[in-house]
Each structure stands twice: as C-alpha cells, then as structure tokens.
Ligand binder design. Structure first.
Ligand code: PMP
Length: 406
C-alpha cells in the first residue's frame, strides 16, 4: 500500500473535524485565548482589560516582584535548563534544598520534585501500583490522576481500577469491601476538588483506609495555600498531616511557578525516585521555577494574611452567588462553580461575561459529568472587595438576561 495514502487516511479525521471552527465562527470559542499582559488581578486580552476570575494563582504570587527576583537569581546561578533528568545530570543542589523545605512544609519525612504536577501524578501513581494491585479513585479526581492510573494499567494489565461516587464514603466502603483483604490497595483523592471547590472528607477516607488496609494518596493541587489555618492544605484543615500516606501538590497554582512534588515516608519517596518513568525519562524542573517556589515558601510563611484573605474571599463569593440564585454546588473554597447544566447556555454565559470584561472558565464534559456543565470561577488573595462586587454584579445581570437565575 502507498504510504502517502495510508498517512492521509490516518489524518483525515483532523480535516473532517469542524467543532472548533464552528464555535470560532459563532464567536463562542473560549479556549486558547492569548493573554497579552498580566497585571495582578487584571489581564489584557485582545487589547481589552478584563478582571481575572478564572486563574489558579490563588495567593497572587505569580506576578510578585520577589518571585521574579528569585527566579532570575536562580537562572543567573544555574542557567536556563538542567539539560537532563533528575536521575542523571539534572539534579541541582536547589532541587534537594527545595525538597527538604517541602517535606517540612507538609509534615512528611521526604519530598520529591517533578517537572509538572501532571507528571507527579503520572510518576508517583505508576511507580507505586503494580501487578495485582487495586487503585480506588474518586469519580471527580483530576485527569492527571486518571492518566497516572491509565499509565499503571498500560504498564501492567493486572492492575484493577475502581471509581467511587464523588466524596461518598458509603460507595468507597462498598468498593473496598469487595476487594480481598490481602490484596494491595491505593485510595487516591483530590483534597480540594478542582471543578466543584469542595473538600474531601479526609478523616473518613483515612478511617476506611485503615479498616480495609489501604494506602492513601492525596492530591493537594488546589488545597495548599488555600485551606488550613496556615495554608498547609487538607491535612491541616482536618488537623493532622498523618491523615494521608502520600501528599502531592503542583507548583502551578498557589506557588506561582510550575512543577510538582510528592511527599511521604523516606523509603516510599526513595522508591518512587527509582521507579517513576516521568521523573527518569524527562528533564528536571528548571532553575527559574525552583527559585520561584523557594520565594513562595518564604512569602507564605511571612504573610499568613494572604491565606486568611483568600478564605474570606471564598466565603464572600459563595454567599454572594448563592444569594443571587446561582447553584454553587457544595463549594467551600475560592473555586466557586456556577452550575448551569446546559452546554449552549454555559458558553453563552461565558461569552457575555467575557464581553462585559470578566474572565471565567466554561467547563463541559468530560472535565465534569454530562449535564453538569458549569462556569468555573476562582479567586485570588489580591482581588479587592470592589472587584469582587463588580464580578457579582455583572454575573447577576448576565445570569438574569439569559434566564439561568431569576
Ligand atoms: N492535580 C490537580 C487536582 C490539578 O487540578 C492539576 C492541574 N490543573 C494537576 C494535578 C496537574 O498540575 P499541573 O497543571 O501543575 O501539571
């Protein structure tokens, strides 16, 4: 068979797929909009200033001059790339310094940094779960957890995946009870759920993990800097770092950088270090990003008001949207979903908010279950009350206009 023809038919689907083009033509295509400039809580897009109510820069650190300075200092000292993986030539003294600080920060013996949060979940889960093991995952867990599980099952087809109803301890227990006691089990859950903004019932998950002899892996991507009295995340919120056996987090949200880490007992982290393919076969976290995280740790310690302000903002926005009549689900954090349910109305609401100068994120299946499409709003410690009131006012006006609230 002629290779050119085989290649063409392989790629034909790309030419036949018109969904994005149709959405662009009708003006409701929300994705990949380039930000020309970031100015604190405002962004410039298509030459217009918008209020940012859709970023994960929860503590407002990504634009902080102290973060930039430390990133630049790290570049000056180490250069722009590590040019290799942690395993070989890509481990810097700064990686190890940061890992020691992170372990203390989350109350664990040891920590290990990856180049992204996504790779952290891929690497840690696939290193730990092997032949004959079971992974038990909340249905609303982030895609990187699912991909970590897919990687595990791809590497070893005898791994069994179980998914339980979101934050349902009854369903989690029913799943655990079906698995033979002597088979190895890893329960994986988000601490704060990325689309719903609710918090896992961690003490109950821990109780079930102990009762059914399972290990517990906690993804704190949206929890560190956000929940807990000093921003240490879900374990602090529920009062004890030992509630999870492993804690992972990304640096792309509260830490204002990019990368991720997993923390736990020394032996477990050392094992992950030697078996995580995304760590071994990908270049390590670059100096600038390490420097920024070091600065973020200093700022989080020195300025605890950022965390308390963020938590006050969460309460204000949840109360504000609820009193306007929006369905905010079970949110208790600065991730405040406006559940709409219908994809077309979700995109229309997004477009109207965008035109009124407010940046929010439309979320549809598969990122949320079908019929639960929503507008994901999220807030930063640097938002002023006047900005938050403006967002509420515009959302109320636009919501009434298209009939999603009365
Ligand atoms: N875990 C969760 C819960 C997330 O929401 C994300 C990213 N949105 C990740 C992991 C992956 O992190 P990163 O974007 O830093 O790779």
């Amino acid at each position: 068979m002629n290779n050119a023809i085989a290649g063409a038919s392989m790629l034909q689907k790309c030419f036949d797929w018109t969904d994005a083009a149709a959405a662009r033509a009708s003006g409701v295509y929300p994705f990949f909009r380039p930000i020309q400039e970031a100015r604190g809580s405002k962004v410039i897009i298509e030459g217009r200033e918008l209020l940012m109510a859709g970023s994960n820069n929860y503590l407002g650190l990504a634009g902080d001059p102290r973060m930039k300075e430390r990133a630049i200092a790290a570049i000056s000292h180490y250069g722009t790339s590590c040019s290799g993986s942690r395993f070989m030539n890509g481990t810097l003294a700064l990686h190890e310094e940061l890992e020691a600080r992170l372990a203390v920060f989350v109350g664990k013996e040891s920590a290990l940094c990856f180049t992204t949060g996504y790779q952290t979940n891929l690497g840690a889960i696939s290193a730990l779960v092997g032949k004959g093991d079971h992974v038990i995952s909340d249905k609303f867990n982030h895609a990187s957890i699912m991909d970590g599980i897919f990687m595990t099952t791809g590497l070893n087809r005898t791994v069994t995946t179980h998914r339980y109803k979101h934050n349902s301890m009854a369903d989690l227990e029913a799943v655990l009870a079906r698995i033979p006691r002597d088979e190895h089990k890893l329960i994986v859950t988000d601490g704060v759920f990325s689309m719903e903004g609710d918090i896992v019932d961690l003490p109950s998950v821990r109780r079930l993990a102990d009762q059914y002899n399972a290990a517990l892996y906690l993804d704190e991507a949206h929890a560190i800097g956000v929940v807990g009295a000093t921003g240490r995340g879900t374990t602090e919120h529920h009062g004890d770092p030992a509630l999870a056996d492993l804690i992972m987090c990304t640096f792309s949200k509260s830490f204002g950088s990019i990368g991720g880490f997993v923390a736990g007992d020394h032996a477990v982290i050392d094992y992950i270090k030697h078996f995580a393919r995304p760590l071994i076969f990908s270049a390590s976290m670059p100096p600038a990003n390490l420097g920024a995280v070091m600065a973020a740790l200093d700022i989080i310690d020195a300025e605890p008001d950022r965390v308390t302000r963020l938590q006050a903002i969460a309460r204000k926005m949840i109360a504000g949207f609820s009193s306007l009549g929006f369905n905010v689900g079970t949110a208790v954090t600065p991730i405040v979903p406006l559940v709409i349910g219908d994809n077309d109305l979700t995109f229309l609401f997004w477009k109207n908010m965008f035109e009124r100068g407010v940046y929010v994120n439309p979320v549809i299946s598969p990122a949320v279950p079908p019929n639960r499409s929503l507008i994901r709003t999220s807030y930063m410690a640097i938002h002023t009350d006047a900005e938050l009131d403006q967002i509420l006012q515009i959302a109320g006006e636009e919501g009434r206009k298209i009939g999603i609230i009365d």
